[in-house]
Design a protein around this ligand. Structure first.
Ligand SMILES: [Mg+2]
Length: 270
């Protein structure tokens, strides 16, 4: 039996200083991403070795909203060889041996055009609703989606439901993660790209892990889901299916818990 372990990266397997929590010592940590000469993301050593060893019993598929350049900075999630496939840009792009699968992205692009969920249509709407001074930057991710860098302290959290409803009508899903507010076309999903890989490798059991609202479709379409307790999705108390399990731990220790559980599940299914 082939087990596919499809996992989000940020705040699920890897953690910044701000998101890792307090229950970890410096000695436990290992740097997994460097940006502009500085360490940016970490795992615990225990997590890293668990992840490196998962390859013996499961097929590891990174599934991230990071763009290709952002994904390629994360060098600590594999030992030696890169993962054969990686889902990036939230599912709009699939890398095979480091190169985007063109047919996949072409098909996603066409769906976005048909549904008018392209950046050119979105930007005027963002301008209309988000001219406030807590919007620090508007960033476009490789032509696929948009995220705002916001001043979280000044962001009116009580208006989030209104924004979510407004943009849902236009075909965009919202996700608030730390200082970033994402606007994602509804046809760009992590689940869709995972299903494609599941077929390609002939997997028959999927374990998925994540923390944000953008991970929920991935977890829903898996056989076994793990939701990090500290994340946006768990906090929003959205209704989740019985096969999705919330971690007991928070922060970087939730990452450890997820990897230990995945190792157990894949061994059971060998
Ligand atoms: Mg995440």
């Amino acid at each position: 039996m082939t087990v596919l372990f499809a996992s989000d990266l940020d705040q699920t397997l890897i953690y910044s200083r701000n998101s890792m929590g307090m229950e970890v010592t410096e000695e436990e940590l290992v740097e997994v991403e460097r940006y502009e000469g500085k360490p940016l993301s970490f795992m615990t050593k225990k997590s890293q070795s668990a992840l490196w060893n998962i390859g013996d019993s499961a097929f590891f598929l990174p599934v991230t909203t990071r763009t290709q350049a952002q994904y390629e900075r994360v060098t600590g999630i594999f030992e030696g060889q890169h993962p054969q496939f990686a889902v990036i840009s939230n599912g709009a792009v699939i890398l095979e041996n480091g190169h985007p699968i063109k047919e996949w992205s072409d098909q996603i692009r066409q769906t976005c055009i048909n549904r008018k969920t392209i950046i050119e249509e979105l930007l005027p709407e963002i301008e209309r609703h988000f001219s406030e001074d807590w919007v620090l930057k508007v960033r476009e991710a490789d032509d696929w989606f948009v995220y705002l860098i916001i001043d979280r302290a000044r962001f009116p959290e009580d208006k989030l439901d209104f924004y979510t409803t407004t943009f849902k009508k236009l075909g965009w899903g919202l996700s608030l993660q730390g200082r970033k507010l994402y606007f994602m076309p509804e046809s760009i999903t992590k689940a869709g790209a995972m299903e494609y890989i599941k077929k390609r490798i002939g997997a028959n059991y999927v374990v998925a892990a994540g923390d944000s609202l953008l991970d929920l479709d991935l977890l829903e379409s898996a056989n076994y889901g793990m939701l990090a307790a500290h994340g946006e999705a768990a906090k929003n108390a959205v209704s989740i299916s019985a096969h999705i399990h919330k971690t007991k731990n928070y922060g970087i220790k939730a990452g450890e818990e997820i990897l230990a559980r995945v190792a157990e599940l894949s061994l059971q299914r060998q």
